[in-house]
Write a protein that binds this ligand. Structure first.
Ligand code: UN1
Length: 512
């Protein structure tokens, strides 16, 4: 096994041989299909394991249901204390976990560290939240009645996560779910099981100091779509949080809806940035570059469409091309690299396909193509592409998980906003302008139709304090900060009569 990976696994006290199933602190060899884990950095095999079977998934769900019966009665601030300690484990093992993220997902070290930091941040947020699960007291229309809301734990939940944020998205869900009193059964991407196993190992470490916490508040099932379906279709899981492609989310949503469960979907984005004539061009170049090529274009918040005022379009294009020329592409664990590999060959193929479609649709493609020199062999390294294209091109409607940035031109702000919103997805958006009226218009009801609306920053890199998610085909879910926690709880409306009369609401008389 790769030395850095082995050292990180040892430091994280990962149980070996690697198991496809963990129920709390118990690791079980999977009884499903075998899985080989190859690094996107150089294609080398990192590990092998056998995935969990559907029956094993049921066992994890049963254990989560049993754990829920105890966990829901633990006071929320005590649950928060557990999350605080989990956050301390993350702090102590930040570098090790980041190493695994880089080797398994191909992220540059800076971004891997940032991803683990997001986990730490959400733990801190959840600890505070554990003392702030506020319900409202409402004025009752009846004398001597108290009308109030309580928030209770919802039940065990399923988390289905994607390869591109292999640990942070689980943490957004798990930290909030735990303080809300919900156990979590996690199915990570089959492309990134090692990082998931490492998270479960850190959970187990935290548990060792907390003998009163029911271990099955966290379980891990490594598996493919069949396991995701098992989670989605289980009536024992009132909430399914799923991050990934639109087709995956559609399947999950239909399955969960058919049993009248609740789903929290965070699906594809097709994010746009409007650059207005007054924009600070240097800032625009930096913001667009980080959002378009960071994580090799594999964030759901990655910038895909740059909608530039015609008066500055050539200038911005030239400035971007200049920067693109000197972006260091290569081994993501090496100091100074800014662009690591795509996740796998099929991602490279999807990028090639999108670029040929763009050309066929009249686009002018700058960059793109594979990089062979100065990069580890065995990985899929690509040059980011900038594509000048007309606003009508059908390719603009689709999200390709690769560093392709389409450049469109506009004349009037109304037209730019219409172009911006004219796609099926609605996750993240940005405007670069120094004109307060344009900025406020973009943030207004007649502005961006996305869940995330930014001014003078890029589309990616949201903080955990806000609610994260988007509209339209992005799925409508919100996770992480703000009041996203409410989805993880059930609301009970209480009416308490402390009189010896029985007045009816709406003034109804019903004398017996
Ligand atoms: C994702 O790509 O699924 O806002 C999540 C961002 C990160 C999270 C991205 N904080 O880019």
């Amino acid at each position: 096994m790769n030395k850095s990976v082995q050292t990180a696994l040892n430091n994280l006290a990962v149980h070996q041989p690697l198991a496809g199933l963990a129920i709390g602190t118990q690791w079980h060899p999977g009884q499903g299909t075998p899985l080989k884990i190859n690094s996107p950095i150089d294609g080398t095999e990192l590990a092998q394991l056998t995935m969990a079977s559907p029956e094993q998934t049921d066992a994890a769900i049963d254990a989560a249901s049993a754990a829920y019966r105890d966990w829901r009665c633990v006071p929320a601030p005590v649950r928060g204390e557990f999350v605080r300690q989990f956050g301390m484990q993350l702090r102590a093992h930040k570098a090790d976990l980041a190493t695994l993220v880089s080797w398994e997902a191909g992220k540059i070290t800076q971004e891997s560290l940032g991803e683990v930091q997001e986990m730490i941040d959400i733990c801190d947020f959840a600890v505070g939240l554990s003392r702030q699960l506020y319900g409202k007291t409402i004025a009752s229309e009846r004398p001597n009645h108290r009308l109030a809301e309580q928030w209770h734990p919802l039940g065990p939940m399923g988390v289905i996560s994607a390869f591109n944020f292999p640990v942070a998205v689980w943490a957004w869900n798990a930290a909030i779910a735990w303080v809300c009193g919900d156990p979590v059964v996690w199915k990570p991407s089959e492309k990134t099981p090692l990082t998931a196993i490492a998270c479960q190992a850190l959970f187990a470490k935290t548990l060792a100091d907390n003998p009163d916490v029911p271990p099955a508040i966290s379980s891990l099932v490594i598996g493919g779509a069949d396991i995701g379906h098992r989670l989605s279709s289980s009536p024992a899981l009132p909430l399914i949080s799923a991050t990934g492609s639109i087709p995956m989310g559609r399947a999950v949503a239909q399955t969960v809806a058919s049993r009248l469960g609740r789903s929290l979907l965070e699906l594809g984005g097709n994010n746009g940035m409007i650059v207005a004539p007054s924009a600070d061009i240097e800032l625009a170049v930096r913001a667009a570059t980080f959002s378009a090529v960071g994580t090799c274009g594999q964030r759901c918040t990655s910038l895909r469409r740059l909608i530039v005022h015609e008066s500055i379009a050539d200038q911005l294009r030239d400035a971007l091309l200049e920067v693109y020329k000197r972006l260091p592409i290569g081994d993501p664990t090496a100091e100074g690299t800014l662009i690591g590999p795509l996740i796998d060959e099929s991602a490279g193929h999807a990028m090639d396909e999108a670029l040929s479609a763009a050309k066929e649709q009249g686009g002018t493609v700058h960059g793109g193509g594979r990089v062979a020199e100065g990069v580890p062999s065995g990985g899929v390294y690509v040059r980011p592409a900038l594509v000048e294209i007309s606003a009508e091109a059908p390719i603009l409607q689709q999200e390709t998980f690769a560093p392709i940035l389409y450049l469109l031109r506009y004349e009037q702000l109304d037209e730019a906003i219409e172009l911006h919103n004219g796609v099926p997805q609605g996750l993240s958006s940005a405007i670069l302008t120094q004109d307060v009226r344009e900025a406020e218009r973009f943030c207004s009801p007649s502005g961006s139709d996305c869940g995330i609306v930014n001014v003078n920053i890029g589309t990616s890199g949201a903080e955990i304090g806000g609610a994260f998610g988007g509209e339209k085909e992005t799925g409508g879910g919100r996770e992480s900060g703000s009041d996203a926690w409410k989805l993880y709880m059930r609301r009970a409306t209480n009416t308490v009569n402390y009189s010896d009369e029985l007045p009816l609401a709406q003034g109804i008389r019903f004398d017996i």
